[in-house]
Ligand binder design. Structure first.
Ligand code: 5GP
Length: 141
């Protein structure tokens, strides 16, 4: 079922500057920032600046920019957290668990034996997110 883009969704507010976020990377077409309820340390989100509800309704151009930034962030997060693996996750529709209706890719550094925390459950301390963002930015520069 088609859902109209809500110009006031949380990620739209981060994009227009009315809501703060711990940003790690930005270019003309995409933005990456720390997930406020990280499922692992280093959990980062990558979004297109163009409005798009999800993967299914995004323009090809926005998607291309977003996946290339996702690759850049996956590499950086892997290095910054000395991770053995990186998980990329992307949810479409509330039935699939999507809660914010602006297209986003989750990037999660993974270590064997360390389980994911529950999705969208517990907020991390701002200073912890700031430190994780700093580590990722340091790798990107
Ligand atoms: P979804 O469930 O739509 O795939 O993922 C939405 C993600 O956005 C969740 O992982 C959730 O923790 C995160 N999130 C929700 N609200 C905010 C917010 O205000 N700021 C940030 N940085 N992340 C958020």
């Amino acid at each position: 079922t088609f859902m109209d883009y809500d110009n006031n969704n949380i990620f739209a507010q981060i994009l227009n500057g009315s809501l703060p976020a711990e940003k790690v990377y930005e270019d003309d077409n995409t933005l990456a920032f720390m997930d406020i309820m990280p499922q692992v340390d280093g959990h980062t989100l990558v979004i297109p600046k163009a409005p798009a509800v999800d993967l299914l309704t995004s323009s090809a151009g926005a998607l291309q920019h977003t996946i290339v930034t996702t690759q850049r962030i996956a590499r950086a997060v892997k290095q910054a957290f000395s991770a053995a693996g990186v998980m990329v996750m992307q949810l479409n529709g509330s039935a699939a668990g999507q809660t914010v209706f602006h297209l986003h890719f989750h990037v999660l550094p993974r270590h064997s034996g360390i389980d994911l925390r529950l999705h969208g459950r517990e907020q991390a301390a701002p200073e912890v997110l700031a430190e994780h963002a700093r580590r990722i930015r340091a790798v990107l520069t």
